[in-house]
Unconditional design. Structure first.
Length: 584
């Protein structure tokens, strides 16, 4: 973990010397990255490297950390006022004429909230991205509101955050933190981070860690109690704020930010399914959001605020949907586009895929592309994966949706029929998972795979043996893959819809009947599905919900949920229904 190619300088301020590193062209807009506890500026190395092509990136070791010197005496040397002096001294040195884009993580964010809410920095900050570090003033008001007007929910929130703050109480004890860091905690810290937070080990700078961590305890002691007791009443942000909230943060509850719009009226929210150290574990996403936010602030434009479902979660993410030319796939591509995602619509029907991409763009999603491909064709899928990875990068979400219907008794179903349905419904999913999932796993920055199965995956039927078998295989494949990829933070979901009103009814094949009977049955099925009239848009919403909640299996439609319950608690009844089921 090093800052390759960084230029270093020293900035003197208030009796300390700060070690400042710079990357990128100083003529470009400046991004200042402030690290947290017990880190040094190197925690940003991955993010800084990704931003350096577009920005002048500046990092500094907070006083008493890394290579910056510590104040003497330590007590009283880490107040928010002194940290603000340091920030202004660095900004004066690296960007005297232009306001900077400020980004803070953990304590870097806590202190940056001070910078962005005090009068003396007005005009010096163009935007602020906050990651895992609340304003102590906002936190104080949050506690007061819950203590003064307790409801069961609010008391639960207080207790929840109270439990997550165990380390803050310890850091207020005299000498104990210093002893712990100079002992085994200091030695094993990189290992603890690797195991508990999945922070890549490697070249974590451990040499200064015990001293940094001992000094950093004064960040807490000098500020936390005083501010939480008497939070400033006017801690309003004077720059636009982007809040990135890791959903699995072991130290901070998401609820802390419920009232944040009050303090930061120009607020953009982003959420990530990850732990506390996202600058290390999700550098691609963090850098992309910083770049997008800073770029829109530079242009004087408000940051794009997509209004779709889970926009905070999917904005800017790269999503590929197969079978996106029609029905559930098309609705899913639209739903992700409305949430601000960059969408690749894939279908074997090139025109239909192009229409989906075009309509997504018309609906306000500038980054929507179409790619023709047959998911059952391994070589075509290999080419597609290569093109997508070359031109757009690694997917954040893959939706293996393309599928075909086939009805008919087991003995009416020919081996050719079996091959066709398995080639698309099962092999299509296998190819997608292998080719795109492998790169997701290799990147090791999380992601999600959705496989569209069906309620037929768990509901036996005497008229759908081949289709149901293909979908049952997709369900089990999804469960197995979910187990395998969990360690890499990649979620896998099997979506199981019931009857959905799409064109699958008019394209589904009926085995063992002549052309005329085929058409008659297709029309009758289309009529029945039309009467049921469950829209594909609702399945798309369920898909986005399932990804956001990282669900393993998502039955959609009441009949699919009902069948799932019977499958689990009364399978005999489900088997009896399968025997009397009418032929379609
Ligand atoms: N409609 C339902 O009632 C229902 C119920 C449960 C599950 N499903 C599943 O949902 C998925 C989507 O179905 P739908 O109802 O939206 O159907 P649809 O026919 O409206 O859309 C399917 C799309 O997939 C494309 N496609 C088919 N084979 C392909 C291939 N080999 N390569 C690339 N694209 C291909 C088609 O061109 C079409 O655009 C399927 O997997 C289906 O099995 C549908």
């Amino acid at each position: 973990m090093t800052l390759k190619g960084a230029r270093e300088r020293w900035v003197r301020t208030g009796g300390v010397e700060l070690c400042v590193a710079e990357l990128g062209d100083p003529g470009r807009p400046t991004v200042v990255l402030v690290h947290g506890y017990p880190d040094s500026k190197e925690v940003w190395s991955e993010v800084a490297a990704r931003l350096a092509g577009r920005f002048h990136v500046v990092l500094y070791d907070v006083r008493g950390h890394g290579r910056s010197t510590a104040p003497r005496p330590l007590r009283g040397g880490f107040t928010l006022a002194k940290l603000t002096d340091d920030f202004l001294a660095v900004v004066d040195a690296v960007s005297p004429d232009r306001p900077v884009h400020l980004v803070g993580h953990d304590w870097g964010s806590v202190q940056s909230w001070e910078f962005v809410t005090v009068g003396r920095t007005e005009g010096r900050i163009a935007s602020f991205t906050s990651i895992s570090g609340p304003s102590l003033d906002h936190f104080g008001h949050w506690i007061n509101a819950r203590v003064k007007r307790p409801t069961p929910r609010r008391v639960g929130q207080l207790l929840g955050q109270g439990a997550k703050s165990w380390y803050v109480y310890l850091l207020h004890t005299p000498a104990l933190p210093e002893l712990a860091w100079r002992g085994p905690l200091g030695t094993y810290w990189p290992k603890i981070l690797e195991r508990a937070e999945r922070v890549p080990g490697g070249d974590y700078p451990t040499a200064s860690l015990p001293t940094d961590a001992a000094h950093g305890a004064w960040l807490y002691r000098d500020n936390v109690r005083a501010r939480l007791r008497r939070p400033r009443p006017d801690a309003y942000a004077h720059a636009p704020v982007q809040l990135i909230t890791p959903q699995e943060d072991a130290f901070l509850s998401e609820r802390l930010y419920d009232d944040l719009d009050r303090w930061a009226p120009r607020l953009t929210r982003r959420t990530l399914p990850a732990g506390h150290w996202v600058p290390r574990t999700r550098p691609d996403q963090v850098a992309a959001w910083i770049e997008q936010f800073a770029t829109s602030a530079e242009g004087g434009r408000p940051a794009p605020r997509p209004t779709g479902r889970h926009a905070d979660r999917f904005a800017g993410q790269l999503v590929l949907v197969t079978g996106a030319g029609s029905g559930i796939g098309r609705a899913t591509a639209f739903a992700f586009a409305e949430a601000g995602a960059r969408v690749i619509a894939v279908d074997r029907d090139a025109e239909a895929a192009a229409r989906t991409a075009e309509q997504s763009r018309l609906a306000g999603a500038p980054d929507a592309w179409a790619e023709p491909a047959d998911v059952s064709d391994e070589q075509a899928m290999e080419k597609l994966a290569e093109k997508v990875h070359d031109e757009h990068g690694v997917l954040d979400v893959l939706v293996n949706n393309a599928g075909i219907g086939l009805s008919g008794s087991f003995f009416a179903t020919t081996t050719d029929d079996w091959r066709k349905v398995l080639d698309v419904n099962l092999w299509g999913v296998i190819h997608g998972c292998r080719l795109f999932g492998a790169r997701m796993a290799e990147r090791d920055q999380g992601g999600h795979i959705v496989n569209v199965a069906s309620a037929a995956a768990y509901q036996p039927s005497r008229v759908l043996p081949a289709y149901s078998t293909s979908k049952a295989a997709v369900l089990m494949l999804s469960e197995c893959l979910r187990a395998e990829l969990a360690a890499q933070g990649i979620g896998v979901t099997a979506v199981c819809p019931g009857f959905v009103n799409t064109s699958i009814t008019s394209t589904a094949r009926f085995a063992g009947v002549d052309e005329e009977e085929q058409r008659r049955r297709q029309q009758r099925t289309a009529r029945l599905y039309g009467l049921r009239n469950y829209p594909p848009e609702k399945v798309a919403d369920a898909i986005l919900d399932a990804v956001a909640d990282n669900r393993a299996v998502a039955p959609v439609t009441p009949e699919a949920r009902g069948a799932r319950l019977l499958y689990r608690f009364a399978p005999g009844l489900l088997r009896r229904i399968a025997r009397v089921e009418p032929r379609l």
